[in-house]
Design a protein around this ligand. Structure first.
Ligand SMILES: Cc1cc2nc3c(=O)[nH]c(=O)nc-3n(C[C@H](O)[C@H](O)[C@H](O)COP(=O)(O)O)c2cc1C
Length: 166
């Protein structure tokens, strides 16, 4: 449970969301974002700091913004043969639908070996299938990546991954 002072400090750090948008003119600009956000944690660990951070963000959402927590748990390893034979697995389809119905996506992830965890990358790989759906799932939808780590690097390399996939 957060103390009132900690809660206020976290609120002023996280809110309002300042999201960097990449515009057609190839320039970054910052906008305040309000709306309905789907949040996923990149860690499956029961006591995950990142899942805690996601829950804190959800609890501290300001008026006009909701963060609904979704999960990548249960998403199988990507296998092109499974996709060809059976299509998109139900947990992936469900997550895709929740993302497409939201105004934004918040990914809260640890850094593993200077990148994002394999389970998260695997989920994103599935979410990018079939490729015709990519604009519907990720296009024109702000995606923010934040993270928590006991290490000194502050998940900076995991968060940088977001920029690489633009
Ligand atoms: C396989 C593995 C690789 C890791 N690599 C990094 C890393 O590159 N940078 C870092 O800051 N922490 C790294 N860590 C430590 C994680 O940040 C730490 O375990 C963190 O608590 C995991 O997030 P979680 O608490 O949300 O599960 C690594 C941990 C594991 C298990």
């Amino acid at each position: 449970m957060l103390e009132p002072d900690d809660r206020e400090a976290l609120r002023s750090t996280l809110w309002p969301y300042q999201i960097r948008l990449y515009t057609d003119s190839k320039e970054w600009h910052t906008e305040t974002f309000m709306g309905r956000i789907i949040g996923i944690s990149g860690s499956l660990r029961r006591a995950s700091f990142n899942s805690m951070l996601l829950r804190a963000a959800s609890q501290l959402a300001p008026d006009g913004t909701t963060i609904e927590i979704a999960s990548i748990r249960g998403i199988p390893l990507y296998d092109g043969d499974v996709e060809s034979a059976e299509g998109i697995p139900a947990p992936v389809q469900e997550l895709k639908t929740r993302i497409t119905e939201a105004d934004g996506l918040l990914i809260v992830t640890p850094e593993y070996n200077n990148s994002i965890p394999g389970v998260l990358k695997n989920a994103i790989d599935w979410l990018s299938r079939p490729p015709e759906d990519i604009p519907r799932v990720f296009g024109a939808r702000p995606v923010a990546v934040i993270g928590a780590t006991p290490g000194a690097g502050g998940t900076s390399l995991a968060v940088k991954w977001q920029i690489k996939c633009d």
